[in-house]
Design a protein around this ligand. Structure first.
Ligand code: COA
Length: 169
């Protein structure tokens, strides 16, 4: 049986992060210098997409627990929800694909991996949130079904809708 050409694993010391470059300097710097500290401090987890044959890193994303104020959600959604002040959510704090691997659906694959990982967890979450860093990132998330979460630039997708979007056809 052939091994999968790409794998996703939790960030570890076996990953060579030094040469990772996604074209957005703060995302590269975070991955190289800060991700491990956030993991140690239990602030975030980080998952890495690696090419199996070379060990080259194609992308990464981070997950952290958060919540969403019920009043920030559209009425069409809250009408069907209990009247809690806030609902559990997971933040994809950062998500990036190496410039060497762009346009090959790795961004979508990382999002799908994050969403299925969140859905599989023993603790339930209502929605997945993202903080797009710029207009291009915002378009990327909108393309994948995320909608605005005013008053910030934050966007969200209910986990149920996300699972429908990302479930294999
Ligand atoms: C945004 C990013 C993750 C996309 O990764 P990618 O691997 O090149 O994108 P994919 O090949 O997976 O694209 C999948 C789909 O999203 C679409 N897409 C990708 N980037 C898009 C963008 N900026 N705007 C709109 N759609 C976009 C693609 O056209 C494709 O559509 P299709 O499935 O209908 O054909 C990547 O460009 C990146 O790392 N950018 C820098 C970091 C960043 O902005 N991160 C996100 C916010 S923190």
């Amino acid at each position: 049986m052939n091994a999968a050409p790409f794998v996703v694993n939790a960030l570890s010391t076996t990953h060579d992060r030094a040469s990772f470059a996604c074209g957005v300097e703060p995302l590269d710097r975070y991955f190289r210098q800060q991700a491990s500290q956030d993991i140690r401090r239990r602030i975030a987890t980080c998952f890495v997409l690696t090419e199996s044959s070379t060990g080259v890193i194609a992308g990464y994303y981070t997950l952290a627990a958060t919540n969403v104020l019920t009043t920030a959600l559209p009425e069409a959604i809250t009408a069907k929800l209990p009247r809690y002040a806030a609902l559990p959510a997971v933040l994809i704090g950062r998500l990036a694909v190496s410039t060497a691997f762009r346009g090959q659906k790795f961004g979508s694959a990382l999002l799908a991996d994050a969403i299925t990982r969140v859905a599989r967890a023993d603790i339930e979450t209502y929605a997945v949130l993202v903080d797009p860093k710029d207009a291009a990132a915002e378009r990327f998330y909108r393309h994948h079904g995320f909608v605005d979460l005013p008053p910030d630039r934050r966007m969200f997708i209910p986990i149920e809708s996300a699972l429908r979007c990302f479930r294999a056809p």
